[in-house]
Design a protein around this ligand. Structure first.
Ligand SMILES: [Zn+2]
Length: 108
């Protein structure tokens, strides 16, 4: 039996954390808009790092939302590929994973 309630808390906390961070990134990027060119050039590199962090955050958000959806459908904790139960040790490390270990290995 998969401990759905426990993972729901973990996933929701993580989701809140990511959304907060994305919001901060957006604000930082926005505040960099109307500045003079010299400053802009040095900030540009930092902004690219922030943008990358932002897009990897968005990917993780989408995965977490998909996992919460599977939870609502009672499918959380089962591999979407083969239907096997995903090992709790694996869910503890990547709670939003849709794959069991062997399917994840096959895909990578
Ligand atoms: Zn599988």
């Amino acid at each position: 039996m998969v401990e759905t309630a426990r993972y729901r808390t973990i996933l929701q906390n993580r989701l809140n954390e990511l959304q907060e961070r994305l919001h901060e990134i957006d604000e930082t990027l926005d505040s960099h808009q109307s500045r003079d060119w010299e400053e802009l050039a040095t900030e540009r590199e930092g902004d690219e790092v922030l943008e990358r962090m932002g897009s990897s955050g968005k990917v993780e958000i989408a995965r977490i939302q998909a996992a919460l959806l599977r939870m609502d459908e009672g499918e959380f904790g089962y591999c979407v590929e083969c239907g096997d139960e995903i090992a709790p040790e694996r869910l503890d490390v990547v709670p939003h994973t849709p794959f069991c270990r062997s399917c994840a290995e096959k895909r990578s």
